[in-house]
Design a protein around this ligand. Structure first.
Ligand code: IPD
Ligand code: CA
Length: 289
């Protein structure tokens, strides 16, 4: 199916409605719910994550019965695959740890992909009432204001504000690569480091990517997240002049489900910035699909 047969703006409007409805529930319940472990004691889920996913799936399958749905809470490892079909790719709460701790940095992330390419994205942080939207070929916006918000100055790694996340895998080679890379990005240039301006972790992949789209952050690097963490943010960022490449060196055209990403804002020197960033990555991150 081609994008010309699908009303992307209508999908965006419907996703905004769902995000605002679900956002009320997320805001009300934050800090008040029990949680369970998934893969380990820092990979968490609550009954609200599950309830929001059910609500979103129901609304979408009623309005778009022929489109597919992939959501974090119903995904089956090794079985659920993204196809070329029109597919909603959804994270009911991105930033569940923040949600549990009543730290006001989580969101609902609603993406729509076609031919495995993000076409529509809606990311809503109900705690700060921040609504990010993006539609392929139609620009991206924060609360109606076109992105990026900050004028795109030239990109350099030394002057960058870099988003990173520790993730939930805290042992083994991937963990070592991450911590060694963090050190190299932070260290002074006389010691071989990038000496970047600073580091931030918003605790939500979607909000990190949207932060890059606004221009507040220069880039975001992570391994271990999934398509539902990045799909919606991807189109918000690319419509703002930014791009997502692989989080391993040399991967200029990374697939939506590669699990390893580097998101970079628009601006002069973007390609050189990506190469410079890659030169500080201390190995090859590898995750199961
Ligand atoms: C997580 C967040 C976090 C990122 C992890 C994700 P969740 O999603 O986006 O920032 O570091 O890779 O899994 O568990 O809060 O939906
Ligand atoms: Ca989630």
């Amino acid at each position: 199916m081609s994008a010309s047969n699908i009303d992307l703006a209508e999908i965006k409007d419907f996703l905004v409605e769902i995000a605002q409805t679900a956002g009320k529930l997320i805001r009300e319940k934050s800090g008040k719910v029990n949680f369970d472990d998934k893969k380990n004691g820092v990979d968490l889920v609550t009954e609200v994550d599950k309830a929001v996913e059910v609500l979103v799936n129901k609304a979408l399958s009623e309005k778009y019965p022929h489109f597919k749905f992939i959501g974090e809470e119903s995904y089956v490892a090794g079985e659920t695959k993204i196809t070329d079909d029109p597919t909603f790719i959804v994270d009911p709460i991105d930033g569940t740890t923040n949600f549990i701790h009543f730290y006001p940095s989580s969101c609902i992330s609603l993406g729509f992909a076609l031919n495995k390419i993000p076409h529509v994205g809606v990311v809503y942080n109900p705690f700060q009432d921040l609504l990010y939207t993006g539609v392929k070929g139609q620009g991206s916006f924060l609360n109606g204001e076109q992105l990026p918000l900050r004028p795109s100055a030239a990109l350099t790694l030394q002057s960058a504000l870099v988003a990173i996340e520790w993730g939930s895998d805290r042992s083994g080679n991937n963990f070592k690569i991450k911590t060694d890379t963090f050190t190299s990005l932070a260290a002074e240039t006389k010691d071989g480091g990038a000496f970047a301006h600073g580091f931030r972790s918003l605790g939500s992949a979607a909000l990190n990517i949207c932060g890059v789209a606004t221009g507040s952050l220069d880039c975001y690097w992570e391994g271990g997240c999934y398509a539902w963490d990045v799909c919606a943010g991807w189109i918000v960022l690319s419509e703002a002049g930014g791009r997502i490449v692989g989080g391993n060196p040399g991967d200029w055209d990374t697939p939506l489900d590669s699990r390893v990403y580097l998101a970079v804002r628009g601006g002069e020197g973007q390609e050189q910035f990506i190469k410079d960033f890659w030169s500080h990555i201390k190995g090859n991150l590898e995750y199961e699909h």
